[in-house]
Design a protein around this ligand. Structure first.
Ligand code: DQA
Length: 153
């Protein structure tokens, strides 16, 4: 029997539009941590889980799609908060459909307690798991799940 090929421990953490304003934008909903704080926490959590973390944020749909295409070639998992693109983007959904790896969708807020247009997420159609309403801790919870699924923890 041949040994199983180890899956990549590289995990992409992708954040969509307006999340560059974390800490300043509606802190009563999204909290006071900045995106830099969240990314640093993800790197720390990743290191403890034996994962290499690559973080990207963009307000442009095509950049998110390009990073998903990169991830499909080199990564073992994706943690994504598509932000408003969750509710609008078939293109992000289609890009994620090309990725054969765990995909964890994160929302800082509980989208189901908010306006009705936030209740549907295209990304949820392909997500392995969904974490919503756990604040920025949701990213760390998602990384634990990815690590478990790729056998790194
Ligand atoms: C969000 C929820 C989305 O509805 C919203 O458009 C965001 C952030 C969240 O993290 O709670 O920008 O994805």
């Amino acid at each position: 029997m041949t040994a199983p090929v180890p899956k990549s421990r590289l995990v992409f953490v992708l954040n969509g539009p307006n999340l560059n304003l974390l800490g300043k934008r509606q802190p009563e909903i999204y909290g006071h941590e900045t995106l830099a704080d969240v990314e640093a926490t993800c790197r720390e959590a990743g290191a403890a889980l034996g994962l290499e973390i690559r973080c990207h944020q963009s307000n442009r749909e095509y950049e998110i799609i390009d990073w998903i295409h990169q991830a499909r070639e080199i990564a073992g998992g994706i943690v994504i908060n598509p932000a408003a693109f969750s509710h609008t983007s078939v293109a992000v959904l289609d890009a994620l459909k090309t990725c054969d790896m765990p995909i964890l969708e994160v929302h800082i807020s509980n989208i189901h307690q908010r306006e009705e247009f936030r209740h549907h997420s295209f990304v949820s159609h392909v997500a392995t798991g969904i974490i919503a309403g756990c604040g920025t801790q949701g990213y760390v919870l998602a990384l634990h799940r990815v690590a478990r699924l790729i056998g790194a923890a």
